[in-house]
Design a binder for this molecule. Sequence first.
Ligand SMILES: Nc1ncnc2c1ncn2[C@@H]1O[C@H](COP(=O)(O)OP(=O)(O)OP(=O)(O)O)[C@@H](O)[C@H]1O
Ligand SMILES: [Mg+2]
Length: 459
Amino acid sequence: MLPRRLVGQLLAGQLLVAAAAVAALVAVAGRLTAGVVLLGLGIAAIAVVTAAATGRVLARPLRGLSRAVERLAETITPRRTWTAEAADLTELTAELARMSSRLRERLDELTEERDRAGQILDALEDGMLLLDGAGRLLVANPTARGWFGLADDLRSGLPARRVLGVPQIGELAAAAASKRAPVSGIVTVVFPEDRTLSVRAFPLADRGLTGRIVVTMADITQRHRVEVLRRDFVANASHELKTPVAAVRALAETLQTALPDDLAAARRMAGRIGRETERLDALVRDLLDLSRVERGTLAVEPVDLTGLAKEVLGSHAERAEERRIELRGELQAGTTVRGDRAQLALLISNLVDNALRYTQNRGRVRVCLDGTEGKAVLQVVDNGRGIPSGELSRVFERFYRVDKARARHSGGTGLGLAIVRHVAEGHGGTVEVESELGQGSTFTVTLPVSGPPVLPLPG
Ligand SMILES: Nc1ncnc2c1ncn2[C@@H]1O[C@H](COP(=O)(O)OP(=O)(O)OP(=O)(O)O)[C@@H](O)[C@H]1O
Ligand SMILES: [Mg+2]
């Protein structure tokens, strides 16, 4: 159909040119002669022949072009029916113009979709990597780049194993690729920071390109730490309870046998039982204190921190005197904060208790209190044994003791500073420590005078 129409169009054009040529000759000659007629007929015949020849020459490529347009139209606008049969050059041109604008729209849509996907990846709190079948890193979102210390302009296609510095990610990806199913695992990263990651690798069902693996990662460092702490907590609490309980039991049995004929020995046993139960008592009290402050209910009221610190100092005076430790208060009068009085007393008391416990006889302990600019700053300063710098960040963890054997001997269970931190943070404040081994320690608690932050009611 197309060539015939096309030949018609070409023929019409050519004949028009022939007629124009004859008309021109008539105009020149001034009349219509037999020669002119013959010439006209000759020109018309040539027009018919060339139109037919051109039509045949053009027919094949045009048919091909028409089929290509038909296929393209099918891909771009599947719902529209394009009939190449009915098409001529004008329609072909119009269709191509429509397709080009449709193509531009699709391209814009795709660019927008790609940008949106990119923005989502950038905003993700989780890490995301894309690896190819050969274990090369193709994409890493900003979170993952931060976790692995990767440069922003890192070249795509480098071996993941080398770039990430941990072989396990590549191994999980390879396992997922060979199983053709998601594979999960826990991976520990040490550089640039210690981090525990929960990793999931799953193979992409790519069109054409196969073997690509998406790796998603969640930071479970904190959860992992809490789990370890909780496990430690139970193990430590049982252990701490077991030792004095076993001692009391053994002493009670010995006491029973010693009682009738060795009163002096019996008295010694009773004394030791008393000391062991004191340890038990302290441990149970610490545990109760911790669970109370961790439950998070605060009885907030205005608390005279100066008066409270004086009371705590008073209750430790006798112990300080026994150890010849100079216990001094430098307390700014009238320092008041809003808070839970019992918990704040626990905070000060734990810090003073530590300062006395970890300071040698004849040492010095100072409690300073200052209230300025809406903050109350409490410092407990000692010149005792100090804390090694590597342990400073850990002393606030539950059951953490710098020197376990020595601390147990001195009666500590490692809960005091956990309580202090909990109380300080519960009041919207902070606690910090500075220390030099063998020189002493300074614990600084900063509390907002206005008290704990008001949390919005749930719902
Ligand atoms: N003022 C200090 N000087 C030196 N070391 C300290 C001081 N305060 C705390 N520490 C170290 O920090 C560790 C944790 O202290 P924390 O108060 O939490 O526990 P504890 O004193 O051992 O036991 P308790 O639960 O009875 O308070 C201590 O075991 C000790 O090693
Ligand atoms: Mg303590």
